[in-house]
Design a protein around this ligand. Sequence first.
Ligand code: CP
Ligand code: NVA
Length: 309
Amino acid sequence: RSLFKGRDFISLHDFSQAELSCILDVAKELKADQKARRPHTVLQGKTLGMIFTKSSTRTRVSFEVGMYQLGGHALFLSGRDIQLGRGETIADTARVLSRMVDGIMIRTFSHQEVLDLAEFATIPIINGLTDLLHPCQVLADLMTIQEHKGRLAGLKLAYVGDGNNMAHSLMFGCAKMGLHVSIASPQGYKPDPLIVAMAQEDAKNNGGLVEVVDDPLEAIKGADVLYTDVWASMGQEEEAKVRKAAFEGYQINSNSLKLANQSAIVLHCLPAHRGEEITDDVIEGAQSVVFDEAENRLHAQKAIMALVM
Ligand code: CP
Ligand code: NVA
C-alpha cells in the first residue's frame, strides 16, 4: 500500500489490475469503518486543494467530506475566484499550491490541463473529471458492482449513450478488471478510437473485452450491468437539441431490462436527465443502484486520498 504514496490519480489506465483491486479493498475497509463510526487520522494535518472550473454536487461533497473524515481539511477553489481564471498559468498554480497543500483534486474541461498540473506539481494530482475521463466515478462504479454482484471479472457491462468521459473511463476500468464492456453509441458520438485501442490492449492483458457497437440492443443483450450518462455533458449545453435527436433510441428503459440478464443492475453516474438517456421507472426501479453508486464516491475517493497522500 505504501507504493501508492505520491502518485497521481489521473487515469485508470495508469494502474494495474492488482493496484485497482488494492484501492477497492481499502475503499471497502474505509466504508466499513465509516459505518461503524471508527474515526480516522490517516490524513491528519493534511490539506487537499479542490479546483473546480465546472459544476459539481457529488465530487465536491465527497472529496470535502472524505478529507474531513480522514482527519484532514479540504479547500474549495472555484476556477472563477482563483487567479487561474484571470490567466495565471497552470504551471505557476501547480508550483504555488505544491508549497501549501498536500494534494490537488481538479475538475476541468481540457484533460491536458490536468496533465500539465501534474507535470509542474510536486504533490499528487487527482482527476475529478475532464472532458476525456472520469476515473473517480468508475472506481466507485466498480465498487458498487462488486458489492451487488460479488465479483467483477467475467461480468458484462453495457454502456448506452454518448462516447464521452464516462464511456472512456468505463472502458479502462472494465478492461483492467476483466469485465466485458460493450459501448453502444450513435455515429458521430463514438468513443475516442485512441482510448478504445488502449482499453482493448488493457483488456487483452487482463482478461477483459472491449467492444464498440452501433445497436444498443446488441450491447444490452445478456448484460449484468446497464450504464448510461447524459447526452449533453457539461460544456455541451448549446448542442443539447441536436444531441437529443441524434441519441433517439439510445435510452435505458423497461425494454432494456427485458433484454439484459434478469438480475442486471442499473448504474448512472448522475446527474440524470430522466426521459432522455434513462426513464424514470428504471432509475427509480428495483434494479437501480444509483444511490449506492453515488455514496461509494465518498468511500472510493477516501481510499485514493489515503493511499496517495
Ligand atoms: N457524478 C458526478 O461526478 O457528479 P457531480 O458532477 O455532481 O460531481
Ligand atoms: N459526462 C458528464 C458526467 C457528469 C458526472 C459530464 O461530463 O458532464
